[in-house]
Write a new protein. Structure first.
Length: 296
């Protein structure tokens, strides 16, 4: 369940923020110190640690799947590794995780909680239960490692002041692929939890569903999604909201432009499709869909 402070005001303009890599400068750190190392150890990929880490980071940070649901990233990275080490090559056997895929792991709707519920419904000695339990252990250990490293969470320069300025005229809500309890801990550690009205972590149906529910609760108010990943843009398009991108690698510049240019336009009803396209074109060009690397 989301963490909501009081009740949401459905009459104010709404700004929906992604978290990692957008407001909190923690995405790269989490992927390198928690996700990637545990990906290697849990799925037996230590023998190709360098290439497996490179592949994970491409999926999680440097491509169109940036900031996707962790189970989507897991399947995507394993698929890419199989392309790097096709059948008959000298590489190791790359796990396929067919049961995770069969239970929705590739479509972004699986959460830590829904995975646990699925496991409870399966026969304890079934191959599906064994596979999904292994995936669950990986996910749980990622969360534990993330909590241990929370002292390294920081905020992009100027963002606290920008959030306070935006909060004077709009309601701020956070959506994230991070489990809600971890997300709350991160925002409290960063000193930003009180700047937003609600924090939505992993949520059934993903970000598009959160946006749709928020729109339904206040259908007359304008809504702007601010995010740093193609999935954020897709969620905004699916829900029918405006979008402003935080360009990876140019986060602080993007936030300055948000405050100086986009926030006033949004609040005055002047952030048009044409204005949005000025910002989304370089954003879409910044992240490739497919990697350019050697196949072994």
């Amino acid at each position: 369940m989301p963490r909501i402070r009081g009740s949401l005001d459905s009459t104010r303009p709404l700004i929906v923020l992604d978290s990692d890599g957008c407001v909190l400068d923690s995405m790269e750190s989490k992927q390198r110190t928690s996700f990637a190392p545990l990906f290697l150890t849990h799925f037996g990929l230590e023998r190709i640690a360098g290439i497996a880490t490179e592949t994970w980071l491409f999926s999680a940070l440097y491509s169109r799947t940036r900031a996707s649901n962790r189970f989507v990233l897991l399947l995507r990275t394993l698929d890419l590794l199989r392309r790097r080490y096709p059948p008959g090559s000298s590489g190791p056997e790359i796990p396929r995780l067919p049961h995770l895929r069969a239970h929705g792991g590739a479509d972004g709707t699986v959460s830590t909680d829904s995975l646990a519920a699925t496991i409870r419904e399966l026969s304890a000695d079934s191959p599906a239960a064994a596979e999904l339990a292994a995936v669950q252990r990986w996910s749980q250990n990622v969360d534990a490692a993330t909590r241990q490293n929370q002292r390294s969470v920081s905020v992009f320069s100027g963002v606290p002041e920008i959030l306070r300025a935006a909060g004077q005229s709009a309601e701020l809500v956070v959506v994230s692929q991070t489990p809600t309890d971890v997300l709350i801990d991160e925002w409290q550690h960063a000193g930003l939890a009180e700047e937003v009205a609600a924090l939505y972590g992993q949520y059934p149906g993903g970000k598009a569903r959160v946006l749709t529910e928020l729109i339904t609760a206040g259908p007359e108010r304008p809504v702007l999604m601010v995010g740093d990943a193609p999935g954020d843009f897709s969620a905004a398009v699916e829900a029918g909201t405006a979008f402003f991108p935080i360009v990876p690698g140019r986060e602080e510049e993007s936030w300055r432009r948000f405050r100086a240019e986009v926030l006033p336009q949004f609040l005055h009803g002047e952030y048009t499709d044409a204005e949005q396209a000025r910002y989304t074109a370089p954003f879409e060009a910044a992240l490739p869909k497919e990697p350019q690397w050697q196949t072994y």
